[in-house]
Design a protein around this ligand. Structure first.
Ligand code: SF4
Length: 70
């Protein structure tokens, strides 16, 4: 499924709030930045943050799990 089709399907399945949060997380560089510093407090805090971040939850619903650099 291409990105445009997935976007159209997301519009049908999810409300504007969920899509807005998903888009915010999709473009947010913070977790990717934290993941490049393994073992630091910053990386641990951001890992915890993802357990409750509405952006992360929405991204997972709409686009699937966000890939982070190792
Ligand atoms: S989980 Fe939160 S901080 Fe991390 S990339 Fe998504 S919106 Fe940004």
């Amino acid at each position: 499924m291409n990105e445009a089709t997935r976007g159209e399907q997301a519009k049908v399945q999810y409300g504007i709030g969920t899509r807005a949060w998903a888009g915010l997380c999709h473009n947010c560089p913070i977790c990717a930045h934290a993941n490049r510093k393994p073992g630091t407090s910053f990386e641990k805090v951001m890992r915890w943050h993802r357990t409750w971040c509405p952006g992360w939850n929405s991204h997972t619903k709409v686009y699937g799990l966000k890939e982070l650099p190792q």
